[in-house]
Each structure stands twice: as C-alpha cells, then as structure tokens.
Design a protein around this ligand. Structure first.
Ligand code: GLY
Length: 385
C-alpha cells in the first residue's frame, strides 16, 4: 500500500484519471451525465420539460463540460473541446425554457460557456455567460441583500421567496466574471452584497455554516435557518461546509476583501478539525452514528478549497492546508475510486442529501472536483470559477 506522505500516488492518480477520461469521454460524448445506472452514465439532456428540473435544467449539467475543459486545458486535445461544446449548446434549451433556471446558473454556465470563452474566446459563449449573469443578478433581493436561491418547489407549500443558501457562493463568481468582462461594477456589487450577507447570517461562532437561511423577502429581516440537505437545523451538512470554505475563498480571489479569506479559513479550520481520522467525510458532521453515510463530493470540494487557501498563504502556513487536502484526496483515492471500465464514474460514494432515499453512489460533480483537486496539487488546473 502506498503511503500518503510519499505523494507518488498523486501523479499515479492523474494518469489513471486521464486514461479513464480518454475512453469515457468518447463513450458519453453526446450525454450530460449526472450519475451511473448499472455502471453506465445516465443522460440528463434527454428530458427537456422545463417543469422537470432533473432534466436539461438540472443544476449539475455544467460539470461534464467542466471535466472536458479541464482535460482540454491539460492535454490540448481538441476532441475534449468538441465534447464540451456539445453540453454547452444543449444548455441553450434552458434559456428557451426559462422557468427551470434559478440561482444555479453559475454552476451550469461557468464550467461550460464561460470556460469556453476564457479558453478559446468563443463570442457565442461570452453571450451565453452574460445572459446567465443577468438572470442571476435579477434574483437579487435589495431589502435583504441576498440572491434568492430556488424558484417555487413543485408540490411543496414552502414559500422560497426569502430563501438564500450557502451553495450560492459558487454561483456568484459568474457575477465577478461579468463585471470583469463588461467593466460594469453592478454584477460584482451584487455578488459582494450577497457574500457579506452570508458572512453575517450563515456562519456560526464555531466556524460551521447553515445550509438555508430564510429572510423576510419584503423587509429583509432574518427569520430562521433550515437543515436543508443536512441532518437537521443546527447540524453541519458537509458539502455545505465545503461550498462555504471554497466559496469564500473564491470571493476573496475575485475581490481581495480580507474578510472573505478570514471566513474561508474559519470554515476550513472547523472542517479540518471535524474530519474523522480515516478522512472519509460523512454527509453531516453532526449526523447520528448510524447510519454512517458518507459523501465523497464534500471531501473533493473541501480539498479544492484547502489547496486554494494554501495558494494564498506564506510558506509557514500553507503546508497545513495542503496536508489536509492531500489526506482527504488520498482517502478517496485508496477507498472509493473506480478507474475500471465497470463504472463510467470515478468516485463511488457520493450523497445528494442526508434524507434522500439513495446514498453513496457516483455523482458527476464528485468526479469533477476530484479531478480539479488532483490537477491543483500539480498546478495544472484551469481555474474556471
Ligand atoms: N448545490 C446543491 C448541492 O450541493 O446539492
């Protein structure tokens, strides 16, 4: 068994990722996968009813394109660009549908259209990115200074007009990009007002974060928080902690505001202290002992954020964050990766939400962030956020 400290496994893992991407990209080139069914990628681009947000409007539909752009950046092979553009063009249907889009346009268009524009200068991609940024900016609630998360949830009586969620820290980089691109500060101002609200209302004294906070959509007053995809209100959904950790770091990268870096570090310290000795990350740090569901996506996203924090630190501090990131990634590599042809995904134990019916299955953004993190460790990543 290889020792984590030797770090030889990192270059070995990257070789295995590249070998897998070579055949799986060809096999799934016309799909937008989310998970696997009997080992084979499913295809979310097949369902186009706007009311069905599990179909073409599904928030995860940018990650396959993002994986292809990472591979294009790493290898320079044009076929990855061609496959990424298949997703990007399919996502135009979402602009047509309109009703299926919500704050997750950042997750959808940063790894697809904006990545394309940044890497190739494609003018159609720029237009798509700006269109998505305008939709996101239009969700800003000036009374509460937050971006509304979801639309009304079909079949639910919840009033979501005042809901903001921690995950949105990953959508607002679309606004930072739009401001840089147009030289118009409005988008960045909205992003920073939202990030400031999250800093004030989502971060607990111990450095853990809430998933959902509800504000009065008319007065902006904070009403309550919800457990969301974690175990319960007051618990600590690990992917939410990871979105917070990496999300604040991105706001710092785009703005230089020191409070964002401090907040990313606070969440990171909480996260590092809460990770169990075996570095297998649970779905919620405060879930009951049994069932002990885990979530590889949280580990991979947090690892990316820790490496990004390390990039901002001096020599004396950076190794602590890098070591924690390598430990998380090594645990995934040794225990939960499938590089064989038996499954089209790499990570096998991801979980969408604690109370969902299914747990510990492949999820595309687990693979995306695992790849991003490995490439980051070798300084070969493309920063698409
Ligand atoms: N952004 C939704 C999730 O993390 O599941």
């Amino acid at each position: 068994m290889m020792k984590e400290q030797e770090s030889l496994w990192i270059s070995q893992a990257i070789i295995q990722v590249m070998e897998k991407m070579e055949w799986v990209s060809e096999k799934s080139k016309n799909k937008i996968p989310y998970t696997t069914i009997n080992g084979v990628h499913d295809d979310r681009s097949q369902r186009d009813d706007y009311a069905d947000d599990d179909g073409i409007n599904w928030w995860c539909n940018g990650f396959w394109g993002g994986m292809m752009w990472q591979m294009y950046h790493k290898t320079g092979e044009g076929r990855y660009m061609e496959i990424a553009r298949i997703s990007e063009e399919k996502l135009d249907q979402c602009f047509e549908d309109y009703y299926g889009l919500h704050h997750d346009v950042g997750f959808m268009y940063l790894p697809t259209a904006v990545a394309d524009y940044r890497l190739t200068g494609n003018p159609d991609s720029r237009k798509r990115g700006l269109h998505a940024a305008n939709l996101l900016a239009g969700r800003f609630n000036p009374a509460g200074r937050f971006i509304r998360a979801w639309n009304d949830i079909p079949g639910s009586r919840d009033d979501t007009r005042g809901w903001a969620i921690i995950d949105c820290l990953f959508n607002i980089p679309l606004l930072y990009w739009a401001s840089e691109e147009t030289d118009d500060p409005r988008f960045k101002q909205i992003a920073m007002l939202h990030a400031d609200t999250v800093m004030r209302h989502f971060i607990r004294p111990d450095g853990s974060v809430c998933h959902i906070v509800e504000f009065d959509p008319f007065t902006g007053e904070r009403i309550r928080d919800y457990g969301g995809q974690g175990y319960e209100a007051g618990s600590s959904w690990t992917r939410g902690q990871a979105w917070g950790l990496y999300g604040f770091l991105m706001s710092y990268r785009h703005t230089g505001k020191p409070e964002y870096l401090d907040t990313a570090k606070r969440i990171a310290h909480y996260f590092m202290a809460a990770v169990p000795d075996d570095a297998i990350v649970p779905v919620d740090f405060r879930q009951p002992e049994k069932p002990a569901w885990c979530d590889d996506t949280a580990a991979a996203i947090a690892a990316c954020g820790l490496i990004e924090i390390a990039r901002q630190m001096g020599e004396a501090e950076k190794e602590m964050y890098l070591k924690a990131a390598r430990k998380l990634l090594f645990a995934l590599y040794e225990n939960h990766c499938d590089f064989s042809r038996k499954n089209d995904c790499i990570l096998q134990k991801c979980t969408g939400a604690y109370h969902n019916e299914n747990h510990e299955f492949p999820i595309i953004y687990g693979d995306y962030f695992f790849i991003e993190a490995l490439l980051k460790l070798e300084d070969q990543d493309f920063f698409l956020w």
